[in-house]
Design a protein around this ligand. Structure first.
Ligand SMILES: Cc1ncc(COP(=O)(O)O)c(C=O)c1O
Length: 399
């Protein structure tokens, strides 16, 4: 059959990780198993208490039909609201429609764009960034205006650099802190500035908080909704994926002002038919056991972060330890012209798989990302061995 795919799909480059996975398969076919600092997918299992909660919920036939609530079952939404109060001091009311169950935060991020963006509408998108914000904006016919994340500004966007005409035209503004790929975090002061900017220009902030619970050294990333007045101009997406090693489960939520949550809900009502109710019960159980589990998850990644950053710094980098996310964002040594060149050298000569910064946007040129999620049995040993291979096989990194 010779049936062309839609032009809107033709225009989108392949999903970045598919290409990386293909290169990895090629190496494996040659008998080489690279140390994979590529995709950010937790390598540790979902905690037993979540699996048990799903198991018993799935036995209950009441969980088997469509979830007709539209937003999510009360038990789940109340568990989220309680978590919001405990962790962030928020008072969000599920009965007022302030919380929406989602099929992963990726789904929520994509559909909020379809809720607000008409052809030619402007969306402010960080660069570098998780690809979904720009791709979905483009699909919806909107125009993504890049906000470069400059290391000199802590990888935060500079709102004063956005031309007035663009700010006036913009409808959505994406933020993602803690940030993929840079590992940067935002302070409440920064969120307050963002909220002020959004109020001034009548823009909805979409804050992607997928990594809010993966934080180190006692640091607890804030929610943008902690900022006074934020509910009127911001919606925030949270996910169980990274917090509880549940990427495949597709469980997440959006919270914010009722009108924005209702807009997302309306799109979803026409696309999916809610989250499997047994998964919602499992999500409630996960949040109830947050304190028993999350500190150990953080400690595990923190040890890996320390081994990797100390190792890279011993090779001549000068990296700060990221305070959150399981990513390390590092500059390409001057001996290499591009991110892609350096990633290729690491892969072919050192069997170390990293993601070139350009996978996250033009501003990512000159950078590469390492994820602390590793499949190897001995994580710290694998990180140390990878660093040693770089030391011996690429001895002239710095010219
Ligand atoms: C920045 C960011 N946001 C959202 C997601 C999506 O997470 P999920 O759909 O599993 O909740 C990811 C996944 O890697 C991500 O890196």
């Amino acid at each position: 059959m010779d049936l062309p795919i839609a032009q809107r799909l033709q225009r989108i480059p392949p999903y970045p990780f598919r290409e990386i996975a293909a290169i990895k398969r090629e190496l494996q076919a040659q008998g080489v198993e690279p140390t994979d600092f590529g995709i950010g997918d937790p390598d540790m299992p979902t905690p037993g208490f979540v699996i048990e909660a799903l198991h018993s919920a799935a036995q209950d036939p009441a969980t088997h039909p469509y979830d007709e609530t539209g937003f999510g079952i009360p038990e789940y939404l109340e568990a989220i609201a309680d978590f919001g109060k405990r962790r962030y001091g928020l008072s969000l009311d599920p009965e007022a429609g302030q919380i929406q169950s989602c099929l992963g935060s990726k789904e929520a991020l994509a559909h909020i764009i379809w809720a607000y963006i008409d052809p030619s509408d402007v969306v402010l998108v960080p660069d570098p960034a998780y690809s979904v914000y720009k791709v979905q904006t483009t699909w919806a016919g909107g125009a993504a205006f890049p906000m470069p994340l400059d290391p000199a500004n802590g990888f935060l966007p500079d709102f004063s650099a956005i031309p007035t005409g663009v700010a006036r035209a913009a409808k959505l503004l994406f933020l993602n802190y803690p940030n993929n790929p840079t590992g940067a975090v935002a302070t409440r002061e920064f969120f307050a500035v963002a909220v002020e900017f959004a109020r001034k220009w009548n823009i909805l902030i979409v804050q992607d908080a997928a990594y809010n619970e993966v934080a180190f050294d006692g640091f607890l990333p804030p929610s943008i909704l902690e900022i006074e007045g934020a509910e009127e101009v911001a919606i925030e997406m949270h996910s169980f994926s990274k917090t509880f090693n549940m990427t495949g489960w597709r469980v997440a939520w959006a919270w914010g002002g009722a009108p924005q949550v209702a807009a997302l809900s309306k799109v979803k009502a026409n696309v999916d038919s809610g989250t499997f109710m047994a998964l919602q019960r499992a999500g409630a159980a996960a949040l109830a056991n947050y304190d028993a589990f999350v500190p150990s998850m953080r400690a595990e990644y923190q040890a890996r972060r320390d081994t990797l950053v100390d190792g890279l710094n011993s090779l001549g980098w000068n990296l700060q330890k990221p305070r959150a996310t399981f990513y390390v964002w590092a500059p390409v040594p001057p001996a290499y012209a591009t991110s892609a060149d350096f990633a290729a050298a690491l892969l072919h000569e050192c069997h170390v798989l990293v993601i070139p910064g350009t996978s996250y946007g033009d501003t990512g040129e000159g950078w590469f990302r390492l994820s602390l999620t590793l499949k190897d049995a001995d994580k710290l040993g694998a990180i140390a061995a990878a660093v040693e291979r770089i030391r011996t096989r690429l001895p002239r990194l710095w010219g």
